[in-house]
Ligand binder design. Sequence first.
Ligand code: HAM
Length: 437
Amino acid sequence: MSLTKRPYKGTRDFFPKEKRIQDYIFNIMKSVAHSFAYEHYDGPLLEEVELYKAKSGEELINEQIYSFYDRGERFVAIRPEMTPTLARMVAQIHKEEPRPIRWFSIPNLYRYEKPQRGRLREHWQLNCDIFGAPNGEGEFEIIQMLITLLTKFGANNKHFSICINDRKIVDKVFEHILKVSGELSYKLYKIIDKSKKVSSVALDKMIDETALSTEQKNLFKKYIQSSTIEKMNSFLSENSQVDALDDLNKLFNDAKNLNINQFLTYDPTIVRGLDYYTGIVFEVFDLNPQNPRAICGGGSYSDLLKIFGEKPLPGIGFGMGDVTLTDFLKTHDLLPDLSTPKNDLFISFQHDDCRIFSFKLAHELRKADLRVVSNFSALKFKKVFPLAEKKGAHFVAFMDELELRDQSVQIKNTQTKEQKSFKLNDIESIVSYILQK
Ligand code: HAM
């Protein structure tokens, strides 16, 4: 029996065509992160399961984690997310680092999911996080960065929206309005998290099955239905809790001043599935219903460093997945044409005696950082251009007996069709001709 050629379920082989798309996406991610002065970091693929048990939440631990015992009987997991690793790393150095600490990474992560559109078992995720920023400033910067990033890809507010909420509002509603705590409030969080993913009948059923009184159930439903800042404001003021909206109001105001508020939507059902969030939380959605999964999710977490015995240091960040982002960019036709590779020059020769001259020329041009495709054997003239096109070469060089005699090379611009002859040793002129494009 022969082996399957397919990759493991829920993972992808990246052939050059797909890898070009991923490289394009990662390059934009890196350049935007650098433009906000975020520094690149990375961590290990394996972590002890304990790290995730501390704060990531039941769903991740019970249903999604890839875990096993290593040969030394340590219970380890392939990282399902980066935030716990990041917190562990920041806990080691935060006392020496000037604040705020701004870091980014693009790790691959594993989650045991049912593969479907927008969900795989391996994905890459841009993580941008800031630690130790003054109250509210980190939140605003992270949102700004997210908008800058998506607009760099060519997206606008007709393509996506950032849905925002604040867990402090939910906590206040639970504590002061519903007057619930502990296990029950944890359950209610999970119901809010699922509320938009299930039908209204299923939602009512979930609420009915809780231990809430009829009055509490009505208040809980009212919370979920307060779908604008204004509605939430009146719900909270009816119950004397209006100051719960302060941080969110500040964020929306700052966004208005930078004229980026059109990208933001208030959404009381955003609470996030991960347990460590304590303040502002958000998810980015494609406005095209073809892609219902969030492109990105994040929020602020004030207590994550405590699990390492450190004093709390507020952090805020987001994770943006490559699977959902690629679907988003493809749906809105925002990817450039990456169907062929991009090279500067295809060097061919038509007479065997030119071989070593063509290699010498390639050698010199690569020193000038040009992307050069060498052809290894003499090539019939009519085959040169179709092959050069497949290799994505902007220029084509050819040498035959005549060129061999006077030590020259013909170089043709495949776009403008201009063709010029150069002396083989005049590398400078060849480079500037090619760089002009
Ligand atoms: P998350 O919401 O679990 O957050 O994931 C963030 C994003 O990663 C999602 O919105 C989605 O784009 C992508 N993603 C997650 N799981 C999958 C999957 N199975 N297949 C494809 N894409 C996926 C976190 O992971 C947080 N640690 C993010 C964070 C960073 N919060 C603060 N800093």
